[in-house]
Design a protein. Structure first.
Length: 44
């Protein structure tokens, strides 16, 4: 993970991102769950 200002960035394996059909600068929604985080496509 990397730090930028008041946020942290997370790097995902490109194979995983490609399998999801996501591209660079993809808008996503991150939701905190019990014991983890769910990251989804912003449009869904």
């Amino acid at each position: 993970m990397g730090r930028a200002g008041g946020s942290l960035g997370l790097t995902l394996p490109k194979e995983m991102v490609s399998a999801l059909g996501w591209q660079e600068r993809q808008k996503v929604v991150a939701k905190r769950t019990r014991g983890g985080i769910v990251i989804r496509d912003w449009r869904k």
